[in-house]
Design a protein around this ligand. Structure first.
Ligand code: CTP
Length: 395
């Protein structure tokens, strides 16, 4: 019976935490509740004590039943910390390491995966401070159940309403199931664009933001893998808990992957590697002249093809960005490049993929195809790893 610690914070959605608790129990979890003092103003701790059949952890200075220090013992025993609903205040404390109540103290003391279901007013949700805090936590491996849109308790219309109980519980169960299913794997992920210099000020590149590769690397880390992320230049902060290798050109990415491929058990080539680079990178800035400019471009090494040709027992994932005949081209690409799995993206829709936080894809492997409807890149990353785990188990 997995132990889920349910954190409840002070907002009107606190009453829904009782339903979350019941639903988690129905799905086989043992639930212990931690409340902030403000949560106790909305719902009595007795409600949660009666439902969970455990004392509620409310006072961070109170010792447990057997004299133990609860924020440590509970943090250690937890297999998942689920915070639903999570206020802007508690999210801010989590992001900044402030530990001034039972829940925020437990958060800093636990190594368990953390899932947060925020609930707040739409303007609060969009405030740059909150956006930054959410991003900080995401980068550190905290997962979120996105709030829904609709009428908020404060009378406003917009995003901020606590997600549906069913969605919260589904996300919690999925997080528990995925806890360590990539333990023992050494995952090498490439991400972002490559930049091919023409001269000291000009270059050829592409619109990749790197988000998909970063989310893929973070998801693998959260599922117990040792992760190396080889990244082209992006605007993204380096995720913690994994090794980041910064590269610029296709040639540098090629060298970085080749040096680390031997030690890897899984390679995911999410990078948008330039297929061509200027034949010559000029040492001095090119001066303009009358008439046009012809730049000779030459091919870069196809990293995916090269590593897949000598992959042995390693699992190789390629990405295919297509603007037409998505599945057909990606299927062909998988066979041609000898990849085990191809993640096919439709990039024809303007702005649908590049730089976006969401994506839809078709996962193509030897056994068939899995369509993933538009979802967050993190959720897509988890679907990709689900498929990898499945296929590795069968092999
Ligand atoms: N890739 C690579 N090395 C390159 C180019 C691409 O390893 N020099 C990898 C990418 O990381 C991706 C996959 O190949 O995983 C497919 O990339 P795609 O955008 O489909 O481009 P190409 O394979 O080059 O195919 P085409 O441009 O002909 O559609």
């Amino acid at each position: 019976m997995p132990l889920v610690v349910l954190g409840v914070t002070g907002c009107i959605g606190a009453y829904k935490a009782a339903e979350v608790l019941r639903e988690l129990q129905k799905r086989g979890a043992d639930v212990r509740v931690v409340m902030t003092p403000n949560a106790a103003r909305f719902v009595s701790p007795m409600t949660f004590e009666a439902l969970s059949r455990h004392p509620v952890f409310l006072d961070q200075f109170a010792l447990g039943e057997e004299g133990e220090i609860q924020h440590v013992s509970l943090a250690d025993a937890a297999e998942l910390l689920l915070v639903a609903p999570a206020t802007a205040n508690t999210i801010g404390k989590f992001a900044n390491g402030i530990a001034d109540d039972a829940l925020s103290t437990l958060f800093t003391a636990t190594k368990a995966p953390v899932l947060v279901a925020p609930a707040m007013n739409v303007n609060m949700f969009e405030h740059p401070a909150i956006v930054a805090n959410l991003e900080t936590l995401r980068r550190r491996g905290v997962a979120f159940v996105e709030p829904g849109s609709g009428y908020l308790a404060c009378g406003w219309l917009g995003k901020g309403r606590l997600a549906e109980v069913g969605d919260i519980v589904n996300a919690a169960m999925a997080r528990l199931a995925r806890r360590s299913d990539l333990a023992g794997e050494s995952v090498l992920v490439t991400a972002g664009p490559t930049v091919e210099d023409l001269d000291p000020v000009r270059f050829v590149s592409n619109r990749s933001s790197g988000k998909m590769g970063y989310r893929l690397a973070e998801a693998a880390r959260d599922r117990g893998a040792r992760v190396v992320l080889v990244s082209g230049p992006t605007a993204l902060p380096a995720p913690s808990g994994l090794e980041v290798v910064a590269v610029r050109s296709a040639a540098e990415m090629h060298a970085a992957v080749m040096a680390r491929f031997e030690a890897a058990s899984v390679l995911a080539m999410a990078a948008a590697v330039s297929d061509y680079r200027p034949a010559q990178a000029f040492a001095q800035k090119l001066k303009k002249a009358e008439g046009g400019l012809n730049v000779e471009m030459v091919r870069t090494p196809d990293i995916l093809r090269e590593v897949a040709a000598r992959k042995g027992a390693r699992f190789v994932i390629g990405f295919a960005a297509e603007t037409e005949k998505l599945v057909e081209s990606a299927r062909r690409k998988r066979v041609e490049k000898k990849a085990d799995l191809i993640v096919a993206n439709d990039v024809s829709e303007d702005g649908a993929v590049f730089g976006n936080d969401e994506n839809a894809a078709v996962l193509i492997d030897a056994a068939g195809e899995t369509r993933v409807a538009r979802t967050s890149k993190r959720a897509l990353a988890d679907r990709i790893w689900d498929r990898v785990v499945d296929l590795r188990k069968k092999a």
